[in-house]
Design a binder for this molecule. Structure first.
Ligand SMILES: O=C(CO)COP(=O)(O)O
Length: 259
């Protein structure tokens, strides 16, 4: 069990995997694996946009014990923005959460901290919880600059953001060199940066709100290593890529988080 009052959160980022039929199947498999009780752990899945409506159907009709998140959003309300999705569109298919600022979007699609800042503000205004990602490259880590780099991202991403309570926002620390590589950070590596993130959040939002914001670790997290991360004071859950595509593995991680 956590040694603080924050509810642990295990979130799955399916990335660009699973077509509609496969996505609905995975959601149903996960619902079966989890049963109706996740023992105090919050669970969210973030499928591709084309699967959102189907997965929300599984959540509604099978009373599946997980929330629904998108992987991206655009900050404008509507209009001539070909290919983009608004907060209202995400809400209309049942999204409660949305990943923003994933390193893959920063690196492959040129997303900047300024973009992420606008997305976070739009999501908060719509009542959707941003799962806001940050994390350093191998180069930054090898130079020993991971804390300064990530705190810089956090300050830029949340510039001018106002919260009423800490459960409106989730932060995910994902060192880029550990994503999809099988190379995990150690729990101590994760705590070093997640602790610095918490300190920055105290500065930005004040101690009360910062103490309630969940900070997740992501990067090759799996059933065999998640407990080590969760044992750290400032790690409140995991953002899971590859292992979230296997219902039994993802459910096993939720189980570890409940222990
Ligand atoms: O990027 C991630 C989650 O957003 C982590 O992916 P992996 O768990 O596949 O390393």
């Amino acid at each position: 069990m956590p040694n603080n009052t924050r509810t642990r959160l295990i979130a799955g980022n399916w990335k660009m995997n699973k077509n509609y039929t496969e996505g609905v199947q995975l959601a149903q498999d996960l619902a079966n694996e989890l049963g109706h009780d996740t023992h105090g752990v919050e669970v969210v899945v973030c499928p591709p946009a084309t699967d959102l409506k189907g997965v929300s159907g599984v959540i509604e009709f099978d009373r599946a014990p997980f929330g629904l998140g998108a992987q991206n959003v655009y900050w404008e309300a509507s209009g001539a923005f070909t290919g983009e999705l608004s907060c209202d569109m995400l809400k209309s298919v049942g999204c409660t959460h949305c990943i923003v600022g994933h390193s893959e979007r920063r690196d492959y699609f040129g997303e900047t901290d300024g973009d992420i800042n606008l997305k976070v503000k739009a999501l908060l205004a719509a009542g959707i919880v941003p799962i806001s990602c940050c994390g350093e490259s191998l180069e930054v880590r090898e130079a020993g600059n991971q804390v300064d780099f990530v705190v810089g991202q956090i300050r830029a991403d949340f510039d001018g953001v106002e919260l009423e309570s800490g459960d409106q926002l989730v932060v995910a620390y994902e060192p880029i060199w550990a994503i999809g590589t099988g190379k995990t950070a150690t729990p101590e590596d994760a705590q070093e940066v997640c602790g610095a993130i918490r300190a920055a959040l105290v500065d930005i939002f004040g101690a009360d709100i910062a103490s309630q914001i969940r900070v997740l670790y992501g990067g090759s997290a799996k059933p065999g290593n998640v407990a080590g991360f969760l044992a750290e004071e400032d790690v409140d859950g995991a953002l899971v890529g590859g292992a979230s595509l296997v219902a039994a593995d993802f459910a096993a991680m939720v189980e570890r988080a409940a222990e």
